[in-house]
Ligand binder design. Structure first.
Ligand SMILES: [Zn+2]
Length: 363
């Protein structure tokens, strides 16, 4: 792989079970606006949830008249349950349809391409591009660039988001497409969304492990994509999966300031270090031991910790009834999660400058 200089990237891992449930939290203005938008759309459609009807205070505000309610409501297949909105996980064809619809609706904001078409990468299997149709198309790793193309310059910061490196951890594609649907749908009326899309480029790979996502399997043809990055691994055991190679190519094309990757199965937001080099004494696993805490502290620990804490606070209590939030901290801290070799987060953060970077020469 080719490195373009040495630079550090804020790199966060988000493990989520509940990100598809947006809690109504009036203490967070952005939350309130997001939920109010949906409320207005539901009202337009003639639906109303009695437990939430009292929240519809801004329902007649003309500011929201321009909302793209079709997009809002298309994701509301399961309706409102208690105080949360529950979205159905998108299948591979539904994900692709949503991305194509967004590109059609917002041609000045969205560019969609695949790693196969743009980088000449192979496909790892057959996928279905339409619901209910047999799998007769090559599975492609789709990449979406989102942001105001007119306002973009060479200096516009680029942010990277990925989901479903593990194909059975299905929350990432839905979370990411809900995010960009929200930003695009409210761009015309929401100053915050406008700032985001005018001053950033969001580059998304919603389902990096396309064939795994189609089949709801963790690996890509027996390779774990999140052990396949050129950091803290051997030079012959990296970049074997189309998923990792796709991410790699996208990173060669862009200089990113921040990366967020979604996994599933737990509720935490973690950041480097997360490799097996920064946890001495326990090969493959770190333990919290007196005097060793600094071993998993990365040079940008404080910045990433602050961001993680903010994200955890912003998400608010999880809908478990126990008032717990997303826990956060370094990946190598056993109170948070565990280290791995070849993981994407440390590769993204440190492969261009830190010990652990690998000159990848897969066979
Ligand atoms: Zn995972």
């Amino acid at each position: 792989m080719v490195m373009r200089g040495r630079y550090r990237v804020v790199s966060l891992l988000c493990l989520c079970q509940y990100v598809v449930s947006l809690q109504y939290n009036t203490q967070v203005p952005f939350h309130k606006k997001l939920i109010d938008n949906r409320m207005l759309c539901l009202k337009k459609q003639g639906e109303r949830s009695p437990p939430l009807s009292q929240l519809m205070q801004q329902q007649d505000d003309p500011e929201w008249a321009a909302l793209d309610c079709d997009l809002w409501l298309s994701r509301n297949e399961q309706g409102i349950q208690t105080s949360h909105y529950r979205f159905r996980y998108l299948s591979y064809p539904a994900m692709l349809q949503r991305m194509r619809a967004l590109e059609l609706l917002y041609p000045d904001m969205v560019r969609l391409y695949s790693a196969q078409d743009d980088f000449g990468l192979p496909s790892a299997g057959k996928c279905s591009e339409e619901e209910g149709v047999e799998k007769n198309q090559p599975c492609k790793v789709w990449v979406m660039e989102v942001g105001n193309m007119q306002a973009r310059t060479e200096e516009t910061p680029r942010l990277f988001f990925s989901g479903a490196l593990h194909g059975d951890e299905r929350i990432g594609p839905t979370a990411l497409l809900e995010l960009v649907s929200f930003l695009l749908g409210t761009y015309a009326v929401d100053p915050w969304a406008r700032i985001m899309l005018d001053s950033r480029v969001l580059v998304l790979i919603p389902a990096a492990n396309a064939v795994g996502y189609q089949e709801s399997k963790r690996d890509e043809l027996g390779v774990d994509p999140n052990r396949d990055f050129a950091f803290d691994t051997s030079s012959s055991r990296c970049m074997q999966s189309v998923a990792a190679r796709s991410v790699n190519e996208v990173w060669r094309r862009n200089i990113f300031s921040l990366a967020v990757t979604f996994h599933g199965g737990d509720n935490l937001i973690a950041h480097p270090w997360g490799d097996t080099k920064h946890c001495p004494g326990y090969p493959g696993r770190c333990q919290a031991r007196e005097g060793m805490l600094s071993s998993w502290i990365s040079p940008d620990h404080t910045a990433m910790l602050i961001l993680s804490k903010y994200a955890s606070d912003f998400a608010g209590p999880l809908p478990t009834g126990r008032m717990e939030k997303f826990r956060f901290g370094p990946l190598n801290d056993p109170r948070v999660i565990y280290p791995v070799g070849g993981g994407m987060e440390d590769w993204a953060y440190g492969a261009s400058w830190a010990p652990g970077g690998v000159n990848c020469l897969p066979s």
